[in-house]
Design a protein around this ligand. Structure first.
Ligand code: 5GP
Ligand code: MG
Length: 191
């Protein structure tokens, strides 16, 4: 797996430090807003956010419910978005979110299609508020234009893997965030 990497973009120790401060910031904001600790619903977007979520929630000492949502946008070996689609079979969010303060968590903000779709879906369920949080934001105009509440890292506009992010469903277990060698992507038959 390591031999497929061109370079590490964000190391595991940088991630660990940043997750802790982000956790403190989110906790402060939720408390300062008087949201209490009883009405928070966390919505992780599958599958890429799983490691980010598992690390960050342990830095949020708040009472919360967790309901996953499944959205596909990069099927198989493609490295560009094919438009976001909700997968109802992988989605456990209740139809009624009235009174709940929702925090959506995704791995990466790229075209913004995923978060736009998810926000729309969630707002239709009548929550008190919807906030968004991403591990990474790509420095491209579409991503920068999307109004996201929390970002762990801004990165260059490159295809990355690791820390939950995949290429053809591989590399999610890399502890660092990395760029693949170009020949790995070509061999995989990116389309
Ligand atoms: P968006 O809908 O904002 O274009 O993209 C969001 C989704 O596309 C992410 O949740 C992620 O699944 C996928 N994605 C976007 N950029 C990358 C990337 O650089 N690497 C990987 N592995 N997935 C990406
Ligand atoms: Mg995703």
């Amino acid at each position: 797996m390591q031999e497929d990497l061109q370079r590490i973009l964000v190391s595991r120790s940088e991630i660990a430090t940043r997750i802790e401060s982000l956790g403190q910031q989110i906790t402060r904001d939720l408390e300062a807003d008087g949201l209490g600790s009883d009405e928070i619903t966390l919505v992780p977007i599958l599958t890429g956010s799983i490691i980010f979520v598992s690390d960050l929630i342990r830095c949020l000492p708040l009472r919360m419910q967790i309901h996953v949502m499944s959205v596909t946008s990069y099927p198989g070996t493609s490295t560009t978005s094919r438009g976001a689609k909700l997968d109802p079979t992988g989605t456990q969010v209740p139809g009624d979110l009235s009174g709940r303060h929702v925090l959506v968590m995704d791995d990466i903000l790229d075209s913004g299609n995923t978060l736009r779709l998810v926000k729309q879906e969630l707002e239709a369920r009548g929550p008190a508020s919807v906030r968004t949080c991403v591990m990474l934001r790509k420095q491209r105009p579409e991503a920068m234009a999307f109004d996201v509440d929390y970002i762990a890292f801004d990165i260059p506009d490159e295809f990355v893997v690791g820390y939950g992010l995949d290429y053809d469903d591989y590399y999610r277990n890399l502890p660092d965030i990395a760029v693949l060698k170009p020949d790995v992507i070509q061999q995989g038959g990116a389309d």
